[in-house]
Design a protein around this ligand. Sequence first.
Ligand SMILES: CC(C)(COP(=O)(O)OP(=O)(O)OC[C@H]1O[C@@H](n2cnc3c(N)ncnc32)[C@H](O)[C@@H]1OP(=O)(O)O)[C@@H](O)C(=O)NCCC(=O)NCCS
Length: 192
Amino acid sequence: MSGRVAIVETPRLIIGTWLPTDRDLFREINADPKVMEFFPFRRNHEEADAFLGKLNGMMTMEGMGFYAVVLKQTLQPVGFCGLSHPNLPGIFPDDAIEIGWRLATRFWGNGYANEAADALLGKAFRRRTVDTVVSFAVETNHRSTNVMKRLGMRRMQELDFNHPRVPDTHPHLKRHVVYAISRQEWQARRPA
Ligand SMILES: CC(C)(COP(=O)(O)OP(=O)(O)OC[C@H]1O[C@@H](n2cnc3c(N)ncnc32)[C@H](O)[C@@H]1OP(=O)(O)O)[C@@H](O)C(=O)NCCC(=O)NCCS
């Protein structure tokens, strides 16, 4: 797998570092209006390339960062999944950990986001410092909230918020719903 470093593997996926050859896929997911339906911005090719160039440097071996999600069978990249700090002061504590995902539309409907996220949650909860992982999405982004539900995340209605970085030009993208899962809840879902 020339050069790609896997952080975690699942039955169907390799979750790992990015390669220069992932550029076309990364451009695709950043420009596709269907993928970006719930984001108030798009990235053109140059911006996508610049962002991709930074991602490997933002990763830690404990699982923080936005990782490439790659099909084991074909070594095709399908999107990303990752853990990050939300950086939303006053809404989440500074050390909160968020999980997120984005796949190219042609790979939707196969359970890949679920499988990658479940593996990364495992990574997060094996760190003794991580007790809870949150996830949030525009309230109408049901594909994303369905991933959260399938992962066993709990709806935290009292934490729902209006995203401060969504401009007033996109009022329908402001309201975000929050889900969370604790280490104990995640462990309780593991087979004995
Ligand atoms: C959010 C997103 C990653 C979800 O993709 P997805 O394909 O629906 O989610 P999964 O990869 O977990 O696949 C689940 C689907 O695959 C189906 N599936 C097929 N085989 C499966 C398998 N072996 N295991 C689990 N699910 C499987 C499930 O039934 C489900 O389909 P359904 O929603 O029609 O019931 C995708 O819609 C996306 O990239 N959206 C744009 C970016 C975005 O909004 N990101 C989130 C921002 S908060």
